[in-house]
Ligand binder design. Structure first.
Ligand SMILES: Cc1cc2nc3c(=O)[nH]c(=O)nc-3n(C[C@H](O)[C@H](O)[C@H](O)COP(=O)(O)OP(=O)(O)OC[C@H]3O[C@@H](n4cnc5c(N)ncnc54)[C@H](O)[C@@H]3O)c2cc1C
Length: 480
């Protein structure tokens, strides 16, 4: 038996590393176990999916590819002429890797300065909150803790018709590593990850075809917003096929043939790279001994209550490995809630106010309910929308597409949903999150002074449109 801790966290992604830092700040003796090992130098890698192969690298490539696309297609209209525009994929990847290294190294520094003990190895929960760690040489050490936080994240789902094939049929991790711009890219799954990765390669010049089995585009998104988004993506040349179910793949001389069925019958698509982005599954491989006392739900997630407590006393689970949206900020908020509870506080994550973002161009972001959800719940509501086409700042930025949409309770005027498709939607949605956290009405936002000219004025106008009417568009006359 080795050291005893107040808290041992297993997994150093946004759920785990944030929980570990917060626990240490609250004065708890904390260790964090992480098994990820760098192929380059055999050292431990912190930051989880998000920092290494998820949020950060995808955003780095989205930013760079957007600049390239804009320079190629958007600059000339603004009087900026460029010749010989080229993309150097090697350099782009180097920059992405540099950002990842800086951030993951930053977590190691934060662990040190907060006094978190970092343990490199695979963690397994035994009975009575004992954690067995197997290091990369196979040596096992058992640690003891009063509380254990499981934050082991998720892995991409693989599908039998499209088994991965090194460098050709890849998951999201492989799609962030191409060493040149493929001529033709296929993407299975038109969800958030598929759309972001498809956009990166499309902007850099690939011909991108996305095959989505469902017949509704972005079903979790407000459908007015989803329709506007689809229109913009089509304009950009993303070939999104709905109701297209992949049945098989074959590879011949580095060309991948994808067989799929759509409403017209059997179809074939030939591509040079195929990205499988159909979703992610919770990661619990070799995590729990039979007597650990932790149960999984029917979909393989660790079963927890609203406060992230598992069935075993003193054992908690957060992030992608438990129910709820698979988002980095949701994982971190749960991590903080759990360790504050361990320290005797009584916080609660407000699952109603977790923002969602798709970092395409235009960006799509929302918080709260969609119009479809309100309808199906029988909730009476009012709507206010405002298009960026009538926003001076968006026009000046050559980015006047999309809209802001606010949904409010018919009687109380309380904001129930906040949706943005358009420039900087990822930043704008924070206004909706804050408003909803404070129980704001649409009128509260309408009475607030917004700087001019800013994109945020569209929020003001959408809030005005919910009740008395926006100033800068013609409003439909409301029925009395
Ligand atoms: C391409 C892509 C883009 C994304 N973009 C975004 C985005 O823009 N915004 C957003 O909010 N979310 C995004 N996500 C989702 C986000 O990455 C996850 O929601 C987030 O990483 C979940 O955090 P987590 O801590 O639960 O798990 P993870 O980040 O998956 O971390 C889990 C960690 O646990 C370690 N581990 C697992 N088992 C063990 C064990 N037994 N012992 C020791 N260590 C173990 C793993 O090695 C890993 O480091 C993206 C994901 C992908 C794939």
């Amino acid at each position: 038996m080795s050291d005893k801790y107040d808290v041992i966290v297993i997994g150093a992604g946004p759920g785990g590393y944030v929980a570990a830092i917060k626990a240490a700040q609250l004065g708890l003796k904390t260790a964090c176990v992480e098994s990820w090992t760098s192929e380059e130098d055999g050292k431990q890698v912190l930051g989880g999916t998000c920092l290494n192969v998820g949020c950060i690298p995808s955003k780095a490539l989205l930013e760079i590819s957007h600049k390239y696309e804009e320079a190629g297609h958007g600059f000339a209209d603004q009087g900026i002429e460029l010749n010989d525009l080229k993309v150097n994929v090697g350099k782009m990847m180097e920059r992405k890797a540099g950002i990842v290294k800086q951030l993951t190294g930053g977590i190691a520094g934060l662990f040190k300065s907060n006094g978190v003990t970092s343990i490199h190895g695979h963690g397994k929960l035994l009975a009575n909150r004992q954690v067995e760690v197997t290091d990369k040489n196979g040596k096992k050490t058992v640690y003891e803790a009063d509380n254990v936080v499981l934050a082991t994240g998720s892995n991409p789902i693989e599908i039998p018709p499209a088994p991965l094939k090194e460098g050709l049929i890849v998951d999201s991790t492989g799609a962030l590593e191409f060493d040149e711009v493929p001529k033709r890219v296929g993407v299975i799954g038109a969800g958030i990850i598929g759309l972001e990765l498809g956009s990166v390669w499309s902007r850099l010049g690939s011909e991108v075809t996305m095959l989505e089995a469902l017949d509704t585009f972005l079903p979790a998104v407000d459908q007015q917003v989803a329709k506007e988004t689809l229109k913009q993506f089509k304009k950009q040349g993303l070939n999104i096929q709905l109701k297209a179910r992949v049945t098989g793949t074959s590879v011949n001389r580095k060309v991948i043939t994808v067989k799929y069925e759509d409403s017209k019958g059997e179809q074939e698509l030939k591509v040079d790279k195929l990205i499988v982005a159909v979703g992610r599954r919770p990661h619990t491989d070799n995590l729990l001994s039979a007597d650990a006392g932790v149960n999984l739900d029917e979909r393989g997630f660790i079963f927890v209550d609203d406060q992230c407590q598992t069935d075993a006393p003193g054992v908690w689970a957060v992030g992608d490995v438990v129910r709820g949206p698979m988002l980095a900020h949701k994982a971190s908020e749960e991590g903080i809630m759990v360790v504050e509870r361990i320290a005797g506080h009584k916080p609660q994550v407000n699952y109603e106010c977790i923002p969602n973002v798709i970092y395409t161009h235009p960006e799509v972001a929302w918080v709260g309910k969609t119009e479809e959800q309100l309808k199906s719940e029988g909730q009476a509501y009012k709507t206010g929308t405002f298009p960026f086409a009538a926003n001076g700042r968006a026009m000046a930025a050559n980015s006047a597409m999309g809209l802001v949409k606010i949904l409010a309770d018919e009687k109380t005027d309380r904001i129930l949903g906040f949706h943005v498709v358009g420039p900087q939607a990822s930043e704008m949605v924070a206004q909706g999150v804050i408003a909803m956290e404070f129980g704001s009405s649409a009128e509260d936002l309408a009475l607030t002074c917004f700087a001019h000219p800013t994109l945020s004025e569209s929020v003001h106008e959408a809030a005005l449109a919910v009740n008395d009417g926006a100033i800068h568009i013609a409003n439909r006359r409301k029925k009395k």
